[in-house]
Ligand binder design. Structure first.
Ligand SMILES: [Zn+2]
Length: 379
């Protein structure tokens, strides 16, 4: 990578090309992402990789620009840490800045450590939705549970969704995508099933004391909160965003923080909720949030992980590289590329691509959608 930053001469299809590449961004789970950025993890006092927020991390009034980490400032802070005379002093300075006591590995490359390490929406949204689902389920009275399950069973789900396990008894086994899906339909299910008798008495009293509203208004506030959470999920996962969408996203993220913190104590200071402060900046940096989501990376990781047992485990890196090159070569030939040994297009591969275009769409096999099925039948 260091060599690529300076440029390497490569021979590509008979022509000498000067190839220059650099690190664009890193995607990782919340704690590992902090490690790669050189910031302390989330259980530290200042545990956000993008800003210096402390225990007031979900305050509505937080001025992010004034407390953000900035690369050039962090550089000075790291210098201060390294010039400390004693170990204790070093740890104290690191604690104050919320930084680790050693430089992150990517500092060997050219990069902006806080701008190029966006938080991942897949983990943030799924984590937040799971927390809200758990809270919701513990609040339900036996009658509430019965009503909820009745509406959940009879709900008109999109055809391509696989069947979800019972959310009351099997919530822990929900995959991230399941949680996000359930989050999207929750406002509708609750709108049909939730009445004032559906909540346990003590939970209702607690909520009434917290938000100072009557019982019906509490129910409406819960449904509205779920609607905002679902709207936020929809906006964050949009494949393309206009300027208006960006403004709407920012507005809804703010609304979501307000609604969740107002209703539930458990969301106060939650790192997942705090991370949503930074999403609007990531949108501006990378175009959309999906561009830096780890959904695809997790799939690629799984593909490579499954490949490892089929190698002799002696030189895994080399085997995986060979596997990856083969995949890319197939892709190249099916796109009409030329194998220099044959000097003509590989018609068989191109036919294969036309007949099975759904196999080449992405890194992983997508769920069959209506259009895919039609195309397949047509061929
Ligand atoms: Zn932050």
């Amino acid at each position: 990578m260091k060599q690529l930053e300076k440029g390497i001469l490569m021979n590509i299809q008979g022509r000498d090309c000067w190839i220059i590449a650099g690190l664009e961004c890193i995607t990782a789970d919340l704690p590992q992402g902090n490690d790669l950025t050189g910031v302390k993890r989330h259980n530290a006092i200042r545990g956000c990789r993008t800003c210096l927020a402390k225990e007031n991390a979900t305050d509505i009034t937080l001025d992010i620009a004034s407390i953000s980490h900035y690369h050039h400032i962090t550089n000075i802070q790291f210098k201060n840490i390294f010039t400390a005379l004693t170990l204790e002093e070093r740890n104290n300075i690191a604690k104050e800045y919320g930084l680790q006591t050693s430089l992150p590995i990517f500092d060997q490359l050219q990069w902006e450590r806080h701008l190029q390490s966006p938080q991942d929406i897949y983990h943030i949204i799924a984590g937040k939705t799971l927390k809200l689902l758990k809270l919701m389920i513990t609040m339900l009275s036996p009658e509430g549970e019965r009503n909820f399950i009745r509406e959940w069973k009879s709900f008109e789900y999109p055809k391509q969704w696989s069947k979800l396990p019972n959310p009351i008894s099997h919530l822990e086994s929900f995959m991230m995508s399941d949680r996000i899906r359930l989050g999207m339909v929750m406002p509708f299910i609750l709108n049909r099933s939730l009445t004032i008798n559906c909540l346990k008495q003590q939970e209702m009293d607690k909520l009434q004391r917290r938000i100072k509203l009557n019982r019906n208004q509490v129910i409406n506030a819960i449904i509205k909160c779920w609607a905002i959470v679902a709207k936020c999920s929809q906006l964050t996962f949009k494949i393309s965003l206009t300027i208006d969408d960006r403004i709407e996203l920012e507005r809804y993220l703010k609304k979501e923080r307000e609604a969740l913190v107002e209703l539930f104590d458990d969301f106060v200071g939650l790192p997942n909720l705090h991370a949503s402060y930074h999403l609007s900046r990531h949108v501006r940096t990378f175009g959309t949030l999906v561009n830096t989501a780890v959904g695809t990376k997790e799939m690629v990781h799984r593909i490579f992980k499954n490949k490892v047992p089929h190698t002799n485990c002696k030189n895994i890196e080399f085997d995986l590289l060979k596997y990856y090159t083969t995949l890319q070569a197939i892709r190249h030939l099916s796109d009409g590329g030329i194998d220099p040994r044959n000097l003509q297009h590989s018609v068989e591969f191109m036919n294969l691509f036309q007949d099975f275009s759904h196999l080449f769409k992405d890194w992983f096999i997508m769920e069959s959608s209506e259009t895919d099925n039609k195309e397949f039948k047509g061929n």
